[in-house]
Design a protein around this ligand. Structure first.
Ligand code: NAP
Length: 348
């Protein structure tokens, strides 16, 4: 099969590097362009990047010249890992020029004609794309994936919401330093410490979760009606966001029933056997001290949400602990899975 040419915008950052790693041997996509800021343009990727991935920098891409973020090149998909300070305008320009922008940045996520896709749960939200192109007179389009913490929360809530109806969610996160990009949080601030504030994160979790589990009406996405209260913390963990969650449900459910529901859950990516789809989008662990980032973050190549400690909550109804890999399932891996879905559903 002839591979689909793609570009990575923000290729030098924490998420950009994860894209480079995951796309280096992708069966359907081939990296044609690496783009970043004027700090990097003109250098080879090997010179421009401060490589932080566990494996080596793929040889072929190390020698590629980093380009400015300009649309019109020979690629159909533009994966965006751009800093949110610049992503908004650049992504619009790429969509207007006919590229399919698959973005990790927050800028367009909450626009009602922009799908915020978690394909196990809301692949039907892609149906707003024709309206988006028409309204904005774009030849291409923008499809987004959520904030990393939102991804794991929405993944676990989705099956529960459909079966029992979620009414209230209380979530406290412990988020890895790689979630702040590179160089991110100074080592002096985070070593042996917890920082109880991540700018904008609580608002994103409280809204994006409801958009993912919302519904399409008149070619616009409306938010689900439950309430989310989030508290977010940065902790000295390299990769993997852990979340302690308590839920109030409309219909009663025993912890064992929730565990069985989550263990057996699969969605469209599994049915379609998309190359990046985990076999188990949710893996439930029964040990009393799991999930833990060091041991569980790479479950199914970092694409599974790991859930444990499902038990009754004395204030709400049920509580549990979640873990996911923030730059894989929470960012680059999620975007690549979305692009695979877009290909199969003929949106490219
Ligand atoms: P990062 O490490 O700070 O990387 C930012 C990237 O944007 C770099 O490649 C940088 O290029 C590029 N950039 C900055 N200013 C630019 C400009 N004026 N023009 C063109 N490119 C520019 O950030 P990150 O953690 O990878 O995050 C990238 C995006 O993904 C953000 O929007 C973030 O919110 C989102 N996200 C991150 C995570 C995570 O776990 N890290 C998870 C989900 C979503 P230079 O190297 O040339 O400066």
């Amino acid at each position: 099969m002839k591979k689909i040419p793609v570009a990575i915008l923000g290729a030098t950052g924490a998420v950009g590097q994860q894209f480079v790693t995951l796309l280096a041997s992708h069966p359907w996509f081939e990296v044609r362009a690496l783009m970043a800021s004027e700090r990097s343009t003109g250098k080879t990727y090997g010179e421009a990047v401060s490589w932080k991935q566990a494996g080596p920098l793929p040889q072929r891409l190390a020698a590629v010249k980093v380009e400015a973020c300009e649309p019109g090149g020979d690629f159909s998909i533009a994966f965006s890992a751009l800093d949110a300070a610049v992503a908004g305008g650049i992504e619009k320009a790429f969509a207007a020029a006919g590229h399919v922008v698959v973005s990790n940045s927050r800028n367009h996520r909450l626009e009602p004609d922009v799908p915020l896709i978690l394909p196990e749960l809301n692949a039907d939200h892609l149906e707003v794309i024709p309206g988006q192109k028409k309204n904005r007179r774009w030849k291409g389009c923008i499809v987004t994936n959520s904030n990393c913490s939102t991804m794991f929360l929405a993944m676990a809530l989705g099956p529960i919401h459909r079966r029992y109806g979620v009414e209230k969610v209380f979530v406290t996160t412990m988020q890895a330093i790689s979630g702040a990009g590179y160089p991110g949080v100074p080592s002096w601030d985070i070593l042996g410490n917890v920082i109880p504030f991540i700018s904008g994160e609580e608002e994103k979790i409280e809204t994006e979760t409801r958009k993912i589990l919302g519904f399409v009406r008149d070619a616009r996405i409306e938010l689900a009606t439950f309430t989310v209260s989030a508290q977010t913390n940065r902790v000295p963990v390299e990769n993997g966001h852990t979340e302690c969650v308590s839920l109030a449900l409309r219909s009663p459910a025993r912890p064992k029933e929730i565990a069985e529901l989550l263990s057996g859950f699969t969605g469209l990516p599994q049915q379609l056997k998309l190359p990046s789809a985990p076999v188990h989008p949710i893996l439930v662990r029964s040990e009393p001290d799991r999930p833990q980032p060091r041991m569980d973050v790479m479950t199914e190549n970092g694409m599974s949400t790991v859930v444990g400690r499902i038990r009754p909550c004395p204030i709400l109804d049920v509580r549990m602990v979640l873990l996911g890999h923030n730059t894989i399932r929470g960012a680059a891996g999620a975007a690549i899975l979305n692009a695979e879905l877009l290909k199969v559903q003929k949106y490219l």
